[in-house]
Design a protein around this ligand. Structure first.
Ligand code: SF4
Ligand code: SF4
Length: 384
């Protein structure tokens, strides 16, 4: 069976912003302090070699590189081109480059480079000025709105339409943010994320309730906008699983047991499980494998990857009575199901959020004439 291979590639280990919720520079995983500030060309070549080698035993349909940092654009332009050229020269399997930026350093030259290498751009924002400037500050303490807003508009006027990634603060007004992104910036591709909490760290039930109310308003905005070209990855995934298709999320909702696990590769070539799990602990992420010494086959034989694979395909005992278990499968991510006592064998801490959103979407689907029989089959876990 052909599979995509998702690699989060940290090409830089520095960033011009100092966001107060940054999981990379501010949480328990502080290994980055020991790493080179940018990936070396030797490491890029080693990654290509490992992928080519792995593709001899596994049928890889495409490798998706998500170029991350820190901020990936801090590697500067000529060096970035060198990285892209090395990938092009050395890889024997098809690949696609995606780049997640905070938008601060983008200028016309960068736009031309991203276009030249056909890089799909995502920009992380929190919303209009009054929200963006709360958490996403420059290192000098000033808000980043003015510069990021102007750079997004620059991208659009130069024919590079980015997607945006929003980390949801339940106390920000969704209507104002939606208006800013969809009407003012004319963005059509969005990803909305909720904060990374585990069973051990979730602040309170009230917080979950507030997230649920906030996302419910987001879903209403998306549904009422009635524009088939407006994509919000989280909601698209919910709709897809209710229609018996696969989710577009990394670890959430319904997962493909046969897919290749996502890995993160750091600037020194070190490999770890997907970045999204980094809030668990540095021990969890530290598997002591590196592209310079180890093959992906060795990496995927590790017990930790087996645990992730099992967690992706099994729901917790507490979910087994839930009528949504075959579509929600325990939540939108693995992190929310984690506790130090029971590992991933918990109901997701955002259970109420998913229950409310799936229920709303089911009602909407039925009202729009979607087949009740098909929906029942999907909820019962029967393949369409
Ligand atoms: S832009 Fe990203 S890497 Fe930089 S401080 Fe903010 S969250 Fe962290
Ligand atoms: S809605 Fe809650 S109980 Fe149901 S499957 Fe999802 S996390 Fe489990």
């Amino acid at each position: 069976m052909r599979s995509n291979f998702n690699i989060i590639l940290k090409i830089s280990d520095s960033c011009p912003l100092a966001c107060d919720y940054c999981y990379y520079f501010r949480n328990i995983v502080s290994e980055h302090k020991k790493r080179p500030l940018k990936i070396s060309i030797r490491t890029v070549q080693a990654i290509c070699k490992r992928i080519n080698e792995y593709s001899k035993s596994v049928d890889i349909s495409k490798v998706f590189f998500s170029l991350h940092g820190g901020e990936p654009l801090t590697v500067w332009k000529r060096y970035f081109c060198k990285i892209c050229d090395e990938l092009e020269r050395n890889l024997t399997v098809p690949y696609k480059l995606l780049l997640q930026s905070n938008g601060v350093l983008i200028d016309e030259e960068w736009i031309n480079i991203l276009k030249k290498y056909n890089v799909q751009l995502g920009i992380s924002i929190d919303g209009p000025e009054k929200y963006q400037n709360v958490h996403r500050k420059l290192k000098n303490g000033k808000g980043s709105f003015e510069i990021v807003n102007s750079n997004i508009l620059k991208c659009i006027s130069n024919g590079l339409k980015p997607g945006v990634l929003l980390v949801i603060d339940p106390y920000f007004n969704p209507e104002e943010i939606f208006k800013y992104v969809v009407d003012d910036l004319t963005i059509e591709g969005m990803d909305i994320l909720i904060r990374d909490y585990t069973v051990d760290t979730i602040p309170s039930e009230q917080y979950v309730q507030d997230v649920s109310s906030c996302l419910s308003r987001w879903m209403d905005l998306w549904l009422n906008h009635n524009n088939p070209n407006l994509h919000i990855r989280l909601f698209d995934s919910m709709l897809r699983v209710l229609q018996g298709k696969g989710s577009c999320l990394e670890f959430g909702f319904r997962n493909n047991i046969n897919s290749i696990p996502t890995v993160t590769i750091y600037t020194d070539g070190e490999i770890s499980p997907a970045d999204e799990l980094s809030s668990i602990s540095s021990d969890f992420m530290n598997i002591q494998k590196n592209v310079h010494q180890n093959s992906f086959e060795e990496v995927f034989k590790l017990k930790k990857f087996e645990k992730i694979r099992v967690a992706c395909t099994q729901v917790a005992e507490e979910c087994k009575d839930c009528y949504l278990q075959n579509v929600c499968c325990g939540g939108a991510g693995l992190l929310e199901r984690y506790s130090s006592k029971k590992g991933f064998r918990n109901r997701g801490v955002y259970c109420k959020v998913w229950k409310d959103l799936f229920t709303k979407l089911i009602e909407k689907l039925l009202l729009s004439g979607y087949s009740r029989d098909k929906l029942i089959k999907v909820l019962q876990g029967i393949k369409l």
